[in-house]
Design a protein around this ligand. Structure first.
Ligand code: KG4
Ligand code: ZN
Length: 325
């Protein structure tokens, strides 16, 4: 990252490793991070054509997340920062996601002057959040999930349907030829005036539906209909609440990030809803929706420019770290 331009953004995906177990295995994730990190750092510097001595600052995600996975990145960053005598920044994972819709172009660049007050929908495997962004470093979480995250709901229902992990992208593809109104599923908390979400009941409804309709999974069209119907239920809740939040806060711009924001039907539904209300929409590019280094890099750059607090050598990761604290 140099002056808002992303010089390299390598990703070491662990999806294939964890797919074998049907979900993330924390111990394996930590070991994989330990193995990949030095190589990834080397690759990033080579791609960016930058030597370590040229770095102005170092950053890593400090939280929230799996404690040992966070520890791996944070301790490496602190060590590097100490050795080079540079400032070290501890990034908030969700704050990074907030920046990803604002990265655009080739090469990817952040133009902070384009930043305007907005509401961001962060939807991933671990979190579902609606955040009001008044300006840089000025956030308020309007609502979040009280149980399962949206991505978790995609993954768990996909698993019930016999699809491999991670189920979100699989369900997205399967839903393509399905009828979204074929099966009736609940829209949890849709009419609740707040901005919280709840997705665990929806997953249970799918389980009962499959119990009551044995043989459903044998027919391809029936599987497509089921996938499209589950997806429609999740999307309706996300889109309705996001637009309601945007309207209530008076912003003219909605953004979306996190793995689930790759979902094509969600992207289309958000685009249609925003167009209807003449609201600007900024969707993170699909490869920047899922976790990536660029979003942490731009956040770190803004922290560096904005003179934000640096991280001491004795600081530990923050596995549970509410946004805005
Ligand atoms: O942001 P992310 O890469 O990692 C977390 O921080 O969790 O999000 C991963 C989640 C998984 O639950 C995955 O199934 C979901 O994002 N996901 C999708 C799609 N692509 C990824 N869900 C629905 N449709 C997709 N196309
Ligand atoms: Zn994430």
């Amino acid at each position: 990252m140099r002056d808002g331009v992303v010089l390299a953004n390598p990703v070491a995906s662990q999806i294939r490793l964890h797919a074998e177990y049907g979900g993330v295995v924390p111990e394996l994730a930590t070991r994989e991070h330990l193995r990949n990190l030095p190589l990834l750092l080397q690759q990033a510097l080579l791609e960016a054509r930058v030597g370590v001595a040229e770095l102005d600052g170092i950053a890593a995600t400090a939280g929230p997340g799996l404690p040992n996975a966070l520890l791996t990145g944070l301790k490496a960053a602190q060590g590097l920062a100490y050795a080079l005598d540079r400032p070290c920044y501890g990034a908030h994972h969700h704050e990074g996601h907030l920046y990803s819709p604002w990265l655009a172009g080739d090469p990817l660049r952040l133009r902070p002057e384009e930043f305007e007050p907005h509401v961001c929908l962060i939807v991933s495997g671990g979190h579902t959040l609606l955040v009001q962004v008044r300006g840089e470093f000025d956030y308020q979480v309007l609502g979040s999930t009280i149980d399962d995250a949206a991505g978790e709901c995609f993954d768990k229902t996909a698993k019930l349907m016999g699809l491999p992990y991670p189920g979100g992208p699989q369900l997205d593809r399967l839903a393509e030829g399905g009828r979204p109104d074929a099966c009736k599923f609940p829209r949890p908390l849709l009419n609740d005036p707040g901005y919280d979400f709840s997705f665990s009941g929806l997953k249970t409804s799918v389980r009962y539906f499959l119990r009551d309709h044995p043989g459903m999974l044998e027919d391809l069209q029936a599987r497509r209909d089921l996938a499209a119907s589950v997806q429609a239920a999740i999307i309706e809740v996300l889109v309705t609440k996001a637009l309601r939040a945007a309207r209530a806060t008076g912003v003219r711009c909605l953004t979306a990030a996190g793995g689930v924001a790759c979902n094509r039907a969600l992207r289309q539904a958000l685009a249609a809803a925003c167009a209807k209300r003449r609201m600007a929409l900024r969707l993170a590019q699909p490869e920047l929706c899922t976790d990536n280094a660029a979003m942490v890099g731009v956040l770190a750059w803004r922290m560096h420019v904005g003179g934000r607090q640096t991280l001491g050598l004795d600081e530990e990761p923050r596995p549970s770290w509410p946004l805005g604290e």
